[in-house]
Design a protein around this ligand. Structure first.
Ligand code: AMP
Ligand code: GLY
Length: 429
């Protein structure tokens, strides 16, 4: 079976997916829409609005795509996968109904409760009085989440009760509600689980760095770097997540009549009471995907096609590069606020020439002869190394080769893990 794959989405995750697809001997052609400047160097790009179901279907028809892979959450929630499926395409990415696992935190909590999945206790609040009561019930640190899609930026975690209330009020003022949660203490893990609607297959666990500044300071971002695998995880961790979290959730979604086909991204915390779900996403994570797929040796196209057809074999043995992968995101000035755009990027080739390093583009565009910044997260420098320390050093060597006006990046991606300073809390009951 030879296949032509269309990947929808503009960012680093999509570039990483495209690079992995290109390694699949059965994938003869990859197309991207809308893509970015880096993706355009690798495959044909098509300038459509990938969030528009009709435009996506028209392009898939023109290309006669054998598989459509939907990268970001926005097209999922907009019903792009439903429209493509109705038009007869094999689609990797959940229906709009199933993507509510990410689109609505209140819905996700409801499904977790029905499936008996361990997560933080939570209240939904729609008024200031309800919010205040919930904050006082849990105490500090306070966790207040906008109940809608916020690209990972709608969450405020703070010791300051006024700031917590202020975020809740801002969400109410925008016509929304909030979810207020108990604080989960412990290291975070991102686990991507591929699901065909019934069967589940985990990828290699990764860790993301959400805050903009070193030492987890500053506001939340979409993610500033990642590494995989995680040598500090307790033995049996992935199996436990599959049995306690992923499988019950996938089963419950099918029972509800909204089977989930795509990546169930389990955002987890390893707490002293065991593993807890922080959030579900309905797609691959960005920038974890850049690291995770850099290590995947099993052909990705065949895997995603099997998932789209309901044909995942749970005993599939995934093959991984034995090396460790680290990626460091370089972002534009003022990200995660309104980023400065249009700055020429220098040094991309020098970075790619560092052994073990490649550059994945996110917010880039072509302007004349130059590649310029065109988004908040501009690119990710990905490195494979025999050890985590080596991968990390190579990634930063690549980062140091790249410059533009106002570029910012964290200098401590994967540092604690290199130092052996990540501790998993002792289990108590
Ligand atoms: P979310 O969008 O739900 O993933 O939240 C973004 C980030 O906020 C997470 O990656 C955590 O760092 C933090 N966070 C979310 N929920 C909690 C919680 N209940 N306890 C502690 N930190 C949290
Ligand atoms: N890196 C976290 C996310 O993709 O939501």
């Amino acid at each position: 079976m030879y296949m032509k794959v269309l990947v929808l989405g503009p960012g680093g995750r999509e570039h990483a997916i495209i690079r992995a697809l290109a390694r699949d001997p059965q994938v003869t052609e990859v197309h991207s829409a809308p893509g970015n400047a880096g993706i355009a160097q690798d495959v044909p790009v098509h300038a459509i609005d990938a969030n528009n179901p009709e435009q996506a279907v028209t392009l898939a028809r023109e290309l006669a795509a054998d598989l459509v892979v939907i990268g970001p959450e926005a097209p999922l929630v907009a019903g792009v996968s439903d429209a493509l499926r109705e038009a007869g395409f094999a689609v990797f990415g959940p229906s709009a109904a199933a993507a509510q696992l990410e689109g609505s935190k209140a819905f996700a909590k409801q499904v977790m409760e029905e499936a008996n999945v361990p997560t933080a206790r939570a209240f939904v609040a729609t008024t200031e009085a309800e919010a205040a009561q919930a904050l006082d019930e849990f105490g500090a640190p306070y966790v207040v989440k906008d109940d809608g899609l916020a690209a990972g930026k709608g969450v405020v975690v703070t010791e300051n009760r006024d700031a917590a209330l202020e975020h809740a009020n801002a969400c109410f003022a925008a016509g929304g509600s909030v979810v207020i949660e108990e604080f989960l203490d412990g290291p975070e893990v991102s686990l991507f689980v591929i699901s065909d609607g019934k069967n589940v297959l985990p990828l290699s666990p990764a860790q993301d760095f959400k805050r903009i500044f070193d030492n987890d300071k500053g506001p939340n971002t979409g993610g500033m770097g990642a590494y995989t695998p995680l040598d500090w995880l307790p033995e049996g961790f992935v199996g436990e997540v599959i049995e306690k979290i992923a499988r019950p959730t996938i089963t419950r979604m099918a029972e509800r009549g909204t089977p989930f086909v795509g990546v169930l991204f389990c955002g987890l915390t390893v707490t002293s009471r065991g593993v807890r779900v922080i959030e579900f996403n309905a797609r691959f994570g960005d920038p974890e995907t850049q690291a995770v797929l850099a290590r995947l040796r099993t052909p990705l196209g065949q895997l995603l096609l099997a998932a789209s057809r309901g044909e995942i074999a749970e005993d599939t043995h995934l093959e991984w590069d034995p090396r460790t992968a680290v990626d460091v995101v370089m972002a534009a000035e003022n990200y995660p606020g309104t980023p400065r755009k249009g700055d020429a990027i220098a040094g991309l080739e020098n970075a790619s020439n560092v052994p073990g390093v490649h550059v994945v583009h996110a917010g880039t565009a072509v302007a004349g002869e130059e590649i310029v910044t065109a988004g908040g997260r501009v690119l990710a420098v990905v490195a494979l190394g025999d050890t985590l320390a080596q991968a990390r050093d190579a990634a930063y060597e690549g980062v140091h080769a790249i410059t533009w006006e106002g570029a910012q990046y964290r200098t401590d991606i994967a540092l604690k893990a290199v130092q052996g300073a990540i501790t998993v809390p002792e289990l108590r009951d």
